[in-house]
Design a protein around this ligand. Structure first.
Ligand code: ATP
Ligand code: MG
Length: 327
């Protein structure tokens, strides 16, 4: 099957300006700093990285909720910075989002029916049709229609997340951005929601970008893994390959710190990775990961590694692999 790109990012940047210090000097938070990534139709990409690495910022740029500082998002071949109104309208119906916190997804004063049909109403769908589509959407997430008249406070976390997903589906999107879709849920409920997402993806031929700090979620759901560290993609590859054969020292550390699938075994969790989590303020020179890296050399302290493409599209930004360059 030919890969068909749905989202194309080419050296995408999003910097925030912060005024710092007594002299009012300006500095930047380089939340997304040169991300290059192509998401293909029908695939599930898992984006992983620790808190503050820029994952949500990348999602917000993708969703056009905030403008990139440099470069732009290309969606189905359309450069969003040059899109016509009609193309933007299409983009807004075809790309949907589910956030972690059901409370930020749903208005407490809206019934389930009203929450789910809101996007339709905003797009000018007549109320009668909107109601019908809302009911269909609730069915897609396997909830009984009696919940249509419920309010958020009457529902469990898992049910709320199903409703957030139903609402995301109501415009028949092609792409879903899922930012920590199960992080607020119990382990047992997490599995149900992940299975639901997998079913929907297959049945509706959706494309997902799933953001999470939970490697078990990534392992379970993704075709490919993208690893982000302090604003940069440091590794990208097929899920199996990256798990079995992590290349970047940060990915190695993540894998070692997260043994496969036993949620009760936390013995290994702290900490095969040395040093403190990095900060986007006071970024290290050279390779951003060097202060924590067991393989750090002098060169790593001064020079920033470029992305190297290894076999099967596996990519890594680390000097240890630069001589394996194949393409
Ligand atoms: N509007 C903003 N103004 C200034 N700085 C911001 C803004 N939004 C995000 N940042 C900064 O950008 C960096 C990346 O934040 P982001 O929320 O993208 O991280 P994240 O990877 O999603 O983290 P988490 O796993 O905790 O959700 C952080 O340092 C954050 O403080
Ligand atoms: Mg986030």
């Amino acid at each position: 099957m030919m890969n068909e790109p749905v989202i194309e990012l080419n050296n995408l940047k999003k910097y925030f300006t912060i005024s710092g210090g007594l002299r009012g000097s300006k500095s930047y938070v380089k939340a997304v700093d040169g991300v290059t990534l192509t998401v293909d139709k029908g695939e599930i990409i898992g984006l992983v990285g620790e808190s503050g690495s820029g994952k949500t910022t990348l999602a917000r740029v993708l969703l056009n909720l905030t403008k990139p500082t440099d470069s732009s998002v290309v969606f189905n071949g359309v450069n969003l910075s040059k899109a016509t109104r009609k193309e933007m309208e299409k983009f807004r119906t075809e790309v949907a989002v589910v956030f972690q916190d059901p409370a930020s997804n749903l208005n407490p004063r809206d019934t389930v029916m009203n929450s789910i049909m809101r996007p339709l109403i905003l797009h000018g769908t007549p109320k009668k049709i909107a109601k019908q589509k809302a009911a269909e959407s609730l069915e897609k997430v396997k909830m009984d229609s009696r919940y249509l008249n419920s309010y958020p406070h009457q529902l469990s976390g898992g049910q709320l997340q199903r409703i957030a997903i139903a609402r995301a589906l109501v415009l028949n999107p092609k792409v879903m951005i899922l930012d920590e879709p199960t992080s607020a849920l119990d382990i047992s409920v997490q599995a149900q929601i992940l299975n639901l997402l997998l079913d929907l993806q297959e049945n509706l031929n959706l494309t997902y970008l799933v953001i999470t700090h939970d490697l078990n979620v990534i392992r379970y759901i993704s075709d490919r893994i993208a690893v982000m560290y302090l604003g940069k993609l440091v590794e990208l590859g097929q899920t199996e390959e990256v798990i079995k054969n992590p290349k970047h020292p940060y990915t190695e550390g993540l894998m070692a710190a997260s043994p496969v699938m036993d949620p009760h075994d936390r013995t290994n969790e702290k900490h095969l990775m040395q040093g403190d989590p990095g900060s986007l303020i006071n970024l290290p020179t050279g390779c951003h990961f060097h202060p924590r890296c067991p393989y750090c050399t002098d060169r790593c302290k001064n020079e920033e590694p470029q992305n190297t493409v290894l076999a099967d599209g596996h990519q890594v930004s680390c000097f240890r692999y630069e001589n394996e360059y194949i393409g």
